[in-house]
Design a binder for this molecule. Structure first.
Ligand code: HEM
Length: 504
């Protein structure tokens, strides 16, 4: 009976919101949403749901960088939105201990279990220390180079060659997602699923990553009771999360079981084996507990490594396609810095070579500034606080940070903030210019800064340099390219391109 009462409630509320939506859309031009009785600002959210990130940016720009959103009554959806660097610095760095991820974050991202993204306090410290020691291990970069090289040679180049010879267009975002999935799977699980090959096979786990990012955004927007009801009924976007969790388990568990113990050859480097060793030494849980723990740890690292890197590469290639001068400059830099003018042979690029490519680095930073793959962050204070912007935030009050908006604020990046200018990142002495993370938060800010930043840049430069050196890239005319409304800022309909070989 209680459930049916809830269902009536959930049928009436959308109807009322729809009525307000119709009224609110008549002749309105200002971006700030109207706060209606009963339904709060929800009508404006529904009206702009298809362009959530741009709408948030418009509202934040009009309100000086911070905005109080009022949700429908009794739905616990009031939130403070901010893109103000002073607030970001205050929360992520200066008052870090007052702003853990908190229980709401954990509820929304329950699919990630006890992995690093959901962890706070001691558990987070164990994860952070262990992951950091592994990613800075002497053998790690050699292993990364081997893995990326192998994937470029056996996956990426054959697929690009296939499409360019046939003259057909294809989705470059899909190719990047398969590339990063195979790579991170090899690095974490020591298993290459070979999803990147000319047949472009359907791999359930690979697709599951793309399927979870939209429902995870909706969990931020719709009332918790509603998405919990959907989970219980196994319907709507929640069904996608249930299916994705199954796909993750089926893919990861067999490799977690296989990789226990240190039975590897000298010179091999394997993240999961190293993790298992550390956790066994620290004696965390029973053997079943360890197995689940390793599943969560692997899933978090795969989530960290697959979507972010492939999304950044996708936007880089869109940005250089619409700014052809930048493509020419990247190619010139490759040929000059790596002395390749006379060398027209097929080749891959090494870690050391990729470090020399400063202009390409600037282009990637521009891609991350304008399209940060992690476009939103979410925090709640343990104790009430007053932010540098003057806004009061109560205990457990929700704060949403729009990293997408930070990069598009004139007050932060100047009048040309919407322009793609890799030169912005080159210092007077020709090095890479440093920008504080609260102004450039793509890799997060403060003690929880991304641990894979260096690895991501190396991988992205190796891939981008290989493609730009070997091919001219043309966008398919008329194909729409806009950000997807999801927790990771993928291109909604992919990136359809045609490639033309430069060297025969
Ligand atoms: C362009 C690529 C990347 C971007 C833009 C990026 C961005 C981010 C962001 C915004 C966070 C904070 C997330 C949160 O706390 O909710 C984060 C955390 C993290 N990233 Fe990355 N990331 C990238 C690539 C990678 C790669 C390749 C790895 C390696 C596996 C990685 C590993 C991690 C880890 C372990 C954390 C958790 C840090 C912590 O909570 O202490 N990332 N990253």
């Amino acid at each position: 009976m209680a459930i049916f009462e809830h269902l009536e409630f959930f049928l009436i509320i959308p109807f009322i919101i729809y009525l307000f939506y119709l009224i609110s859309t008549r002749g309105k031009t200002r971006p700030e949403p109207t706060n209606w009785p009963l339904v709060g600002m929800m009508p404006a959210v529904l009206q702009n749901l298809h362009r959530a990130h741009d709408y948030i940016t418009e509202v934040l720009s009009a309100c000086g960088g911070t905005f109080e959103f009022k949700g429908p009554w009794f739905c616990n959806l009031d939130m403070l939105f901010t893109s103000d660097p002073a607030n970001i610095h205050h929360i992520f760095s200066r008052n870090f201990s007052n702003y853990p991820k908190g229980p709401d974050f954990r509820k929304i991202f329950e699919i990630l279990g006890d992995g690093i993204f959901n962890a706070d306090f001691e558990l987070w410290e164990v994860h952070r220390k262990t992951t950091l020691s592994l990613l800075t291990h002497a053998k790690f970069y050699a292993c990364l180079e081997r893995t990326v090289w192998h994937k470029v040679e056996t996956g990426l180049l054959p697929v690009l060659d296939y499409f360019s010879k046939r003259g057909t267009d294809f989705d470059l975002q899909d190719v990047f997602q398969r590339f990063t999935f195979d790579n991170i799977s090899k690095l974490v699980l020591d298993y290459d699923p070979c999803s990147l090959c000319v047949e472009l096979p359907y791999v359930a786990c690979e697709k599951a990553f793309s399927n979870v990012v939209e429902p995870l955004l909706y969990r931020h927007i719709i009332p918790e009771s509603l998405w919990k009801l959907q989970t219980w009924l196994k319907i709507a976007t929640e069904k996608k999360l249930i299916d994705a969790a199954e796909a993750f388990d089926e893919f990861i568990y067999p490799h977690v079981c296989l990789k226990k113990g240190d039975d590897r050859k000298e010179g091999d480097f394997n993240l999961l084996t190293a993790f298992a060793k550390v956790y066994e030494e620290k004696n965390i849980g029973s053997s079943a507990g360890l197995r689940d723990f390793l599943r969560d740890t692997s899933l978090n690292l795969m989530f960290a490594g697959r979507d972010t890197t492939s999304t950044c590469l996708t936007w880089l290639f869109w940005l250089i396609a619409v700014n052809p001068l930048a493509e020419i400059k990247i190619r010139q830099e490759i040929e000059t810095e790596l002395h390749l003018k006379e060398d027209k042979k097929w080749r891959c690029f090494s870690v050391d070579e990729s470090r020399k490519l400063k202009y390409l680095h600037g282009a990637l930073c521009e891609s991350l500034r304008l399209f940060p793959p992690v476009a939103l962050e979410h925090k709640a204070p343990v104790r009430p606080d007053v932010l540098p912007s003057g806004h009061y935030i109560k205990q457990n009050g929700k704060i949403i940070f729009s990293f997408y908006s930070v990069g598009r604020m004139e007050a932060v990046w100047g009048k040309d903030c919407l322009e793609f200018r890799p030169e912005r990142w080159i210092s007077a002495s020709g090095g890479i210019k440093h920008e504080p993370s609260y102004k450039f938060p793509a890799f997060n800010v403060g003690p929880r800064t991304c641990l894979g930043k260096d690895m991501a840049f190396i991988q992205m430069k190796m891939v981008a340099a290989t493609i730009i050196y070997h091919y001219n890239i043309k966008l398919v005319e008329g194909h729409p390219v806009s950000p997807r409304d999801s927790i990771i800022l993928q291109a909604r309909d992919g990136l359809r391109v045609r490639l033309f070989k430069r060297h025969v």
